[in-house]
Write a protein that binds this ligand. Structure first.
Ligand SMILES: Cc1ncc(COP(=O)(O)O)c(C=O)c1O
Length: 396
């Protein structure tokens, strides 16, 4: 990575533009897309040395690829991680980060407020392979403490959570987990690497669905796992290498270019989200607004401590499914979809889509009522989004 003339550490925004760039003999300015599955060796001895690990070059795109490696190095530099492994999707990252480190008889503690597919992995899949799982209310530190056992190998959480934007105290949970020798695995999708750095707060492993803010323009699926070199190379890589969850070079190239503008985009989206959250909170038709950047968020002090802004997501309650559906159907600019982190603003009704699989009681326990809506704020002008939202609220 280029350095400035004083040798001081470069700002994250600068690292996102330059870190991890490898130039070929052509000296291309923009990062090259190495669309190749395999690599040719100069001779048989070179092939043998590569397979023996005596030479660090590439072997096969399921193991690694130069464009994918550029993406991994750039995001590792941003996150302050020793190493990273990119995956085909966010769920491939979650799957690999958890399954690569457990065996039958181990125990995992996870926060209950998780994205639906993450909950499926911890609640249904891990126990099928003899891994015991305890689900806790992530906001209650006493529950984390009580759940830890000598055989607990990992704790898993997401903060802010999807979709209720509940926060978990990363530093406190890391202290509890490390007291029992367990690794802390954090899904940092909602916060983005711009606004929250779990590794600095004590986490051991960070996961992203790069599909969301990192791509940021709704094109490709991708994911990444970040952490210490020893974990990434000795625990995660053997699992991913042999099970096939690698990121495609094309997707890595899209994500790599996405990182260059991530800081700008995330900040613009968060500024819009903060403005929209305030306008929603002032509206009589809105029963409740949940936004980590507002002083009325139940964990506002924690938000100020561990997040740089309130983020790009806003949750709000219109009281009933009928009101929520009427509101969604009256929107013109904001699109109905289950995605998030996109340049286009997106509205989601979690109870009937992302969290439909859960029972009504399970949803109620997570605070996902029939009137709850999740808004992913995009890059449109805030005044246009506010006009769309106020027009749809008037239709109620
Ligand atoms: C918090 C969270 N984690 C993980 C994922 C999974 O990501 P992907 O869709 O890229 O597999 C999502 C996607 O919706 C998510 O919201």
């Amino acid at each position: 990575m280029p350095k400035d003339q004083t040798d001081r550490p470069l700002a994250p925004r600068t690292r996102m533009v330059h870190a991890g760039t490898w130039r070929s003999a052509h000296g291309e300015l923009s990062e090259a897309l190495f669309l190749t599955q395999a690599f040719a060796y100069p001779d048989a001895e070179a092939a043998e040395a590569r397979f023996k690990g005596e030479d660090e070059g590439f072997i096969y795109a399921r193991y690694g690829n130069p464009t994918v490696r550029m993406f991994e190095e750039r995001i590792a530099a941003l996150e302050g991680a020793e190493d990273a492994f990119a995956t085909a999707s966010g769920m491939a990252a979650v799957n690999a980060a958890l399954f690569s480190q457990v065996k039958a008889g181990d125990h995992v503690v996870a926060a209950r407020a998780l994205f639906g597919s993450c909950l499926y992995i911890v609640e249904t899949l891990l126990p099928r392979f003899g891994v015991e799982v305890t689900l806790v209310d992530g906001t209650d530190l006493a529950q984390w403490r009580a759940a830890m056992r000598p055989e607990t190998v990992a704790v898993f959480l997401e903060t802010p959570s999807n979709p209720t934007l509940e926060l978990i105290d990363l530093a406190a949970v890391a202290e509890i987990a490390h007291g029992s020798g367990a690794r802390v695995v954090v899904d940092n999708v909602f916060a983005t690497p711009v606004f929250q750095r779990p590794l600095e707060l004590g986490a051991d492993v960070v996961i992203y669905s790069a599909t969301k803010h990192i791509d940021g323009q709704g094109r490709c699926l991708g994911g990444v796992v970040l952490g210490r070199k020893k974990f990434i190379r000795e625990v995660l890589e053997p699992y991913l290498k042999h099970t096939g969850g690698a990121m495609s070079p094309f997707n890595a190239w899209v994500m790599l270019k996405g990182l260059e503008t991530l800081d700008l985009r995330a900040r613009a989206m968060a500024a819009g989200a903060a403005e929209i959250a305030d306008r929603l909170a002032a509206h009589q038709a809105v029963a409740r607004v949940l936004y980590p950047g507002r002083v009325d968020h139940p964990q506002a002090a924690l938000a100020a401590r561990q997040m740089e802004t309130g983020g790009t997501m806003v949750a709000f309650d219109l009281g009933s499914k009928a009101a929520a559906f009427r509101f969604m159907n009256a929107l013109g600019l904001i699109l109905i979809s289950n995605n998030l982190g996109d340049a286009k603003s997106i509205i989601t009704h979690p109870a009937t889509t992302t969290h439909q699989r859960l029972s009504e009681e399970a949803r109620a326990a997570l605070g996902i009522g029939p009137g709850l809506l999740r808004l992913s704020v995009g890059l449109e002008a805030a005044e246009d989004l506010i006009a769309d939202i106020e027009g749809a609220l008037a239709a109620l």
